[in-house]
Design a protein around this ligand. Structure first.
Ligand SMILES: Cc1cc2nc3c(=O)[nH]c(=O)nc-3n(C[C@H](O)[C@H](O)[C@H](O)COP(=O)(O)OP(=O)(O)OC[C@H]3O[C@@H](n4cnc5c(N)ncnc54)[C@H](O)[C@@H]3O)c2cc1C
Length: 404
C-alpha cells in the first residue's frame, strides 16, 4: 500500500504543471467560444491527443500512480481551464472506468484503446447507465439484454438518457438488465463496438452549462453484439446470477461499481471549477475600486475570499483522501468517495455564486467567465449521483440503517 502524503512527488508536480500549461494555453482562451457554439471542441481534443494528454496511455499512467493522486491532480487542472471542454476530454474516462470496473484483462486491452482512438484520429466513448425513468434509482433500469444461443450474441433493447458523448461515441458501455427477477443484481455491463447497427442517438440536448460537452439520449434497437461483449465474460456473469438466485451475496450492482471508482475524480472536476472562480474573483477584488478603495479592503469581500479558499482546500483534501483510498483498496466504510464528490460539488456551486457576487454586475455578464463557471458548476450536485444520493450513501454507511 502506498502511504498517504500531501507532499507531491516530482512526477506529480510535473504532471500538474504540464496539464495546467495546456489548460492555460488551449482551454481557457477557447472556453467562451465553445460554450457559445455548444459544440464538441474537436480541435482541442486533437491537440491534446497529439501531445499525449488525451488517450489510453495518459489515462493508464495517471491511474496507475500508487498514491491515487495523479488522476485528481490532472483533472483539477483541466477543469480549472473550462468544465465543458474538459468534460469533452474526460467523458471518455467514464466509459473506460466502466470497462475497468467490470471487464477482464482481454476486454480492457481490446476496448479501452478503441474508446480513445489514437493521436492522429482521437475518438470518444460514452457510458450509458441513466434512463428517462431511472437516474438516481439505478435498480430501475429497463434496458434489456438477452443472450441468443444460436448466434452467440447479446441482443440489447432500450433507451438511455443524458449520455455524455452520446451520438458521437466510437464505443458505448451500456448497463442492461439480464434477469429482471433479480432487480439491481440482475444487471450487467455491455460493450457496443464501433459501427454496430441499431444504435440511434437523439439530437444533442441543450443544457444550462457544460455546453461544449455533447449530451444525448441513445436508443438501442435490437442491437446485436458478440457474446464476448458482456463485461467480465458470460461465465462470470452466470456464476454471479446463480449466487444471487440462491440468495447468496454477490458483488454489487454493475453501475454502482463504476460510480464508486469515479466519484473522487468528479470531486476533482468540481474543485477545478471552484478554484478557477476563486482565483478570478480574488484578482478582480484586488483591482476593482468602489468608495475610493479596492473592494478587497472590505472585510465582507475579503472574508468571502478567505472562506472560498478554505472550502476549496477542504474539498480537495477529501478528494485526495478518497482517491488514495480507492487506489489502495481501502474500504469506503463511511462513503468517503461520496463525501468527496458531495463536498466538492456543493463548494463549486457556492464558490462560483460568491464569485459572481464579488464581481457585481460584471459577474452576471458573459464578459467574465464566472457566469459560465456557475452554470457549469451546478452539474456537480446532479450527475454521478445527486447530492441527496451521496447523503443517502453516507448516512446508510454510518448508521447501518437502510435510510430512505
Ligand atoms: C450534463 C449531464 C451529463 C450526464 N452524463 C451522464 C452519463 O454520461 N451517463 C449516465 O449514465 N448518466 C448521465 N447523466 C445522468 C445523471 O447521472 C442523472 O441525471 C442523475 O443521476 C440524476 O438522475 P435523474 O436526473 O433521473 O434525477 P431523479 O433520480 O429523478 O431525481 C430527481 C430529484 O429527486 C431526488 N431524489 C431521488 N431519489 C431520492 C431519494 N431516494 N432520496 C432523496 N432524494 C431523492 C434527487 O436527488 C433529485 O434531486 C448526465 C446528466 C446530465 C445533466
Amino acid at each position: 500500500m502506498a502511504g498517504f502524503s500531501l507532499e507531491l512527488n516530482e512526477d506529480q508536480t510535473d504532471l500538474r504543471d504540464w496539464v495546467h500549461g495546456f489548460a492555460k494555453e488551449y482551454i481557457r482562451p477557447a472556453a467562451s467560444e465553445w460554450d457559445e457554439r455548444e459544440e464538441t471542441p474537436w480541435p482541442i481534443i486533437q491537440e491534446a491527443a497529439k501531445i499525449g494528454l488525451y488517450g489510453f496511455e495518459s489515462l493508464a499512467t495517471w491511474f496507475s500512480d500508487p498514491t491515487g493522486l495523479s488522476l485528481p491532480i490532472a483533472t483539477e487542472e483541466l477543469f480549472w481551464g473550462d468544465a465543458g471542454i474538459a468534460l469533452s476530454l474526460m467523458g471518455t474516462g467514464l466509459a473506460a472506468a466502466g470497462i475497468f470496473a467490470g471487464g477482464d484483462p482481454d476486454q480492457l486491452a481490446e476496448w479501452v484503446p478503441q474508446c480513445f482512438g489514437d493521436e492522429n484520429d482521437p475518438k470518444v466513448a460514452a457510458f450509458c447507465a441513466s434512463e428517462p425513468q431511472a437516474g438516481s434509482d439505478v435498480a430501475g433500469y429497463r434496458t434489456r439484454a438477452r443472450y441468443d444461443e444460436a448466434t452467440d450474441e447479446w441482443v440489447i433493447n432500450g433507451q438511455k438518457a443524458w449520455a455524455t458523448n452520446g451520438g458521437i461515441a466510437n464505443v458505448y458501455v451500456v448497463m442492461a438488465v439480464v434477469d429482471p427477477d433479480l432487480g439491481a443484481r440482475g444487471q450487467a455491463g455491455f460493450i457496443i463496438p464501433p459501427g454496430t447497427p441499431g444504435v440511434r442517438p437523439t439530437k444533442k440536448i441543450k443544457k444550462h452549462g457544460l455546453r461544449a460537452s455533447n449530451t444525448a439520449d441513445v436508443f438501442f434497437d435490437d442491437v446485436r453484439v458478440p457474446g464476448r461483449c458482456v463485461l467480465g465474460g458470460r461465465e462470470k456473469l452466470e456464476a454471479r446470477l446463480a449466487r444471487a438466485r440462491e440468495g447468496k451475496s454477490s458483488a454489487g450492482q454493475a453501475a454502482m461499481a463504476t460510480f464508486e471508482t469515479t466519484r473522487p475524480t468528479v470531486g476533482a472536476m468540481a474543485v477545478g471549477v471552484a478554484r478557477a472562480a476563486y482565483e478570478y474573483a480574488l484578482e478582480y477584488a484586488r483591482d476593482r475600486e468602489a468608495f475610493g478603495r479596492k473592494i478587497i479592503e472590505n472585510q465582507s469581500i475579503a472574508f468571502d475570499l478567505a472562506n472560498m479558499k478554505l472550502e476549496i482546500d477542504a474539498a480537495r483534501l477529501l478528494v485526495w483522501r478518497a482517491a488514495w483510498m480507492g487506489r489502495n483498496d481501502v474500504p469506503f466504510t463511511a462513503g468517503e468517495g461520496s463525501m468527496s464528490k458531495l463536498k466538492a460539488g456543493e463548494v463549486a456551486v457556492w464558490a462560483t455564486e460568491r464569485a459572481i457576487q464579488i464581481l457585481g454586475g460584471a459577474g452576471y455578464t458573459r464578459e467574465h467567465p464566472v457566469e459560465r463557471m456557475h452554470r457549469d458548476a451546478k452539474i456537480f450536485t446532479i450527475f454521478e449521483g445527486t447530492s441527496e444520493i451521496q447523503r443517502l450513501v453516507i448516512s446508510r454507511l454510518i448508521s447501518g440503517i437502510h435510510i430512505r
